[in-house]
Design a protein around this ligand. Structure first.
Ligand code: BDP
Length: 716
């Protein structure tokens, strides 16, 4: 009996240890094992001086206390005035004495409203560390950055850091429904427990805010872009208000999706025509009602006339009419309208990749000042690889906001380890040539290219109520990395991976080096085993789980994979060059020239822009068929490599997280082979060629792969 109880207790203890590690994300604050370093830190961090007592500063103190307590096993004392030496002094600019202001003086010129300064200073010959900003939120950002220095075992001598975000709106888009299902969510149900709100504040909301603030995310759209108007009713607004109150001191504004037909559905009007005075008034009153509850409400995100959602076109109006009407409603309160450019229509016979540009580009300069157009990173839909969206660089008079997908709808759900900052970086570094060489997408997004003040980066959240938040422990890196890149779109994804690994797992180089390598190549691996050489959208129907290149029976042509790969006896690929749909002409002429010609088109994008024969010669001398088959094999081999790497990490981390990732990599390996075999067997029907040497023979038939059905695939 006793031993049974002991076993049970041991189970509980180990279970909660895993849960805690997974749950704590990158804010582990593990004990610093390098004893020399730890004692050095301890000497230099002998207390906290807080110059102010706002909620945000209280959070800053608590975070410092928690971090230092766990990392150095030393609870720092908190003072309200500067005494002795080696204190961490925190406070915003106006709370600093003139003496300290003088020391930090010119650094304030380097930062914007949300920026921070971390500086080693000397006051009356006593050394201290100052963490400040123009506002308290800058102080909090500084505190998280300072703690990261400790977490990553960096020196804290001669600190002189001044940093500020490059985009204003750094926001998560939750595709969360009011019934708590999450569209394209693979990490459980929605965090928002609408039924218990507003009275029950789940600790999760607070930890969510901490995690976001620690990487500089300052906004959250709580609801799905496929919106439900009920969120705008008092019953729900009361709950939204409660969440806004939790997030506010962390610098996070709440936004909602606005269903365009809400005036009819919840307002009792006969129309939602944006030119109708009653409709415009309804939205004005709705905005006033929301701002009364939530004075810092961010604004609305709108998906209109896209995939069946209502919009201004239902009334013969256009996107500008719709966006500007809503912009007027929120303008008096400083609100913003994020209007999505994700549009395509089954009634438009044009190449789907061209439709958003065709529709939106002519609107350039026509939106009100508080409208920002939200554009997905590529012209189709969050594929493992897409060339950058041609709207970037084509609407200089309109603020454009980047929309990345963090949740892995098309990248293996939360079972595949894919480090997405690599993808984000590739897009942000792309050159639009809008104003000649160097007109990077990042410069469009941060507003520097066209001098826009309203700027933003959105990420479709991968967060749910799973213990580890994101389904896969490594998917936490995608949340983290998104935040870091939204703060600074010029950061290197390798640096981000390094930071994240150290904060989440260990500072041991024997762990960091190989695992970082593994993360960095994981994105190329998924491209290889799913959609090499520019293939895209060949995932199975609806749920997008697993391969489905054969699917051809969906009602809308552009929902069928066959529309995208166009495989036939002559070859494979979508001809978007001059000889085809001429989508290449939507890019600046320098870019157009590169993409238009098979000679200059990067091979990674070849089949995105060109239909080439099975015998087409690739740069490495292989025929296209052989090269493609070898890429699929390479993807599988890369996952095998990832498994080998992971297996060697066992000594460096807790058994539970080791095991979790080990199991997930096993699934990924199985599914990579599934992708390879299913796609190659299917395309082989057209190429009529043998698999080249080096590619493993499929163990199942094409019929078998086609017969697989997943009626309950998540996120659908
Ligand atoms: C697609 C998703 C769909 C979303 C849509 C969107 O399959 O669930 O509603 O994008 O972004 O990727 O609106």
């Amino acid at each position: 009996m006793i031993s049974l109880r002991l076993i049970f207790l041991a189970f509980i203890v180990s279970f909660s240890a895993t849960a805690q590690k997974d749950y704590k994300l990158w804010l582990q604050y593990d004990k610093i094992t390098n004893t020399g370093l730890a004692s050095e830190y301890r000497n230099k961090l002998q207390g906290i001086v807080s110059l102010g007592n706002s909620e945000t500063l209280k959070i800053s103190i608590k975070e410092l206390e928690t971090g230092i307590f766990h990392m150095l096993e030393n609870k720092p004392e908190v003072f309200s005035e500067i005494k002795g030496e080696n204190k961490i002094i925190i406070g915003s600019k106006t709370s600093l004495s003139s003496e300290i202001q003088k020391v930090a003086g010119s650094d304030f010129n380097k930062i914007s409203e949300e920026g921070f300064i971390i500086k080693s200073i000397s006051l009356k010959n006593k050394k201290h560390i100052l963490i400040t900003g123009k506002n308290d939120i800058g102080v909090l950002y500084g505190v998280y950055n300072f703690l990261r220095l400790l977490q990553t075992n960096k020196t804290i001598d001669n600190l002189n850091i001044a940093d500020a975000p490059k985009a204003n709106i750094r926001i998560l888009n939750h595709w969360d429904n009011l019934d708590r299902t999450v569209e394209r969510g693979y990490a459980g149900f929605s965090l928002w427990n609408w039924q218990k709100l507003p009275d029950f504040i789940d600790q999760r909301y607070i930890d969510y805010a901490r995690a976001n603030a620690s990487v500089g995310i300052n906004g959250t759209v709580l609801t799905n872009v496929n919106a439900n108007a009920l969120i705008l009713t008092p019953q729900y607004l009361e709950k939204v208000e409660a969440l806004a109150n939790v997030f506010r001191p962390y610098g996070i504004k709440v936004y909602l999706t606005a269903r365009f037909s809400a005036p009819i559905e919840i307002g009792g009007l006969k129309t939602a025509d944006p030119k109708d005075a009653d409709v415009a008034n309804w939205w004005k009153n709705k905005a006033a009602e929301i701002y009364k509850r939530i004075p810092d409400f961010g604004g609305f995100l709108i998906k209109a006339n896209s995939e069946g959602q209502p919009g201004p076109q239902n009334y013969g109006r256009d996107h500008v009419d719709g966006a500007n009407m809503l912009a007027d409603a929120v303008a008096p309160f400083g609100g913003v309208i994020m209007w999505r450019a994700f549009v395509y229509s089954e009634h438009d016979a044009n190449d789907r990749a061209k439709q958003a540009y065709a529709e939106f580009q002519p609107y350039d300069g026509k939106f009100k000042d508080n409208v920002i157009v939200q554009v997905k990173n590529g012209a189709i839909d969050f594929q493992p690889r897409e060339p950058f969206h041609p709207l970037f660089g084509a609407m200089p008079k309109t603020p454009l906001m980047m929309e990345f997908q963090i949740t892995q709808e098309y990248l293996g759900f939360s079972t595949h380890l894919v480090y997405l900052p690599k993808l984000y970086q590739e897009v942000l570094e792309s050159d639009t040539y809008q104003k000649g060489k160097g007109s990077l997408v990042a410069k469009v997004v941060d507003g520097t290219l066209d001098h826009h003040k309203l700027t933003g980066i959105a990420g479709v959240s991968n967060i749910g109520n799973d213990l580890n938040w994101t389904g896969h422990p490594f998917a936490q890196a995608n949340w983290y990395g998104f935040g870091r890149l939204a703060w600074d779109p010029y950061l290197d994804s390798e640096t981000i991976a390094d930071e994240w690994l150290r904060c989440t797992f260990s500072n041991n180089e024997n762990f960091i080096k190989p695992v970082k390598e593994m993360m960095l190549q994981s994105r190329e691996a998924v491209v290889n085993y799913m959609t090499p050489l520019g293939l895209h959208h060949i995932m199975d129907t609806g749920h997008h789980y697993g391969p489905g290149p054969w699917v051809s029976n969906l009602s809308r042509p552009e929902w069928n994979p066959v529309y995208y790969h166009k495989a036939d006896k002559n070859g494979i690929g979508f001809d978007r060059s001059k000889t085809g749909t001429n989508a290449t002409a939507q890019y600046a002429s320098e870019v157009e020239k590169i993409f238009d010609n098979t000679e200059t088109c990067p091979e990674k994008d070849l089949l995105w822009f060109h239909h080439v024969s099975w015998d087409y010669k690739l740069k490495n001398g292989q025929t296209l068929w052989n090269g493609m088959a070898l890429k699929y094999q390479e993807g599988v081999d890369q996952v095998k490599e990832m498994q080998n790497t992971w297996n060697k990490t066992k000594p460096y981390l807790d058994a539970e997280r080791f095991k979790e990732v080990e199991m997930l990599l096993n699934i990924q390996y199985k599914e990579a082979k599934w992708w390879r075999d299913a796609c190659l067997l299917y395309f082989q029907q057209f190429s009529g060629k043998e698999l080249p040497k080096g590619v493993e023979k499929p163990t199942e038939t094409l019929e078998y792969f086609k017969s697989l059905k997943f009626p309950f695939a998540p996120g659908n």
